[in-house]
Design a protein around this ligand. Sequence first.
Ligand SMILES: [Zn+2]
Length: 355
Amino acid sequence: MAHRVEQGIGRFSKIHVCTPIDNRLNLYIIVHTVIQAKPAMSILNRPYFRDEEAAFAFLEGILWKDGTECPHCGVVGTAYKIAANPAKRVRYGLWKCKDCRKQFTCKVGTVFEHARIPLHKALQAAYLLCSSKKGISANQLSRALEITLKAAWFLAHRIREAMRELDFATQLGGEGKIVEADETYVGGKERNKHRSKRNNKHIGGVGKEMLFSLVERGGKVRSMHLPSVSADNLRPIMKAQIDAEKTRLMTDGEGQYRLVGSMFKSHQVVNHGIGEYVRGDVYTNTIEGYFSILKRGIAGVYHHVSGQHLKRYMAEFDFRYNNRSALGVEDFDRTLAALAGIKGKRLTYKAIDLG
Ligand SMILES: [Zn+2]
């Protein structure tokens, strides 16, 4: 009887088809050998990216570090698992609390609650969004996951919401630290919009949305969507977000920054107006580099971002920057960090479609 022996060599396998000549001595003769490329394995081939039961187990591991958490009564570790049974419409990932007798899954109380897309596809979407430097369009997500465009668009917003930091627990800057501050404009070209939607009020960023960002050099970024960047607007924000007394602030020469500069340990300015960009360690290249990633992403991938959704796109770019390779966070850990952020947040069509 023919016998197959597989031998791996790099990206290929040699398959020897053999015939036994002596069973006692375990001797075979090779009849012929086939060399073929090994099937390519991808990260998206991992069980939790393709199997619903495994997807729930994976997410439970991220969200329930100390055991199951009943969202109804808050008791930890006493729930028991109810086996999924699609024929009887018993959902995947279902648990029953021994205390309050109510059922739940780990999606309750998160941005994935009420999402009808299979969880393993939602996890794939999270990985794709976390691993693409400039983001991934709803169109591309829809094709990759084989879901409708509308479902892909909404799923991406759920994940962006998970990436959003709700309260900034720590301040940027500190002893020996430098924070760069700047503003930029993003959004569609005014001449492409319908006359009634054009906005001619703001000079400089006509019809565009204004972003204000703070970047700690070698550290994290925080971006905000502001109606304007007057000194009165900026002062309370910078006071809350930066450990000002210990931090060196670096900006361009615009007036509002000169007005808020006095609350910092020092305030140094690069004067772009006279062609100056770097003077020793005085520069704003870090924040300009960040804006260029953000603007290429928003213009190239997302094309147009309305003011209403901008905070979630900013959260997405801030999140990837704050969990970047240079800080030791690779694609997979970045995905885990995003998924840990789904907790305690909700997103409904009503909340994001209107307004
Ligand atoms: Zn309970």
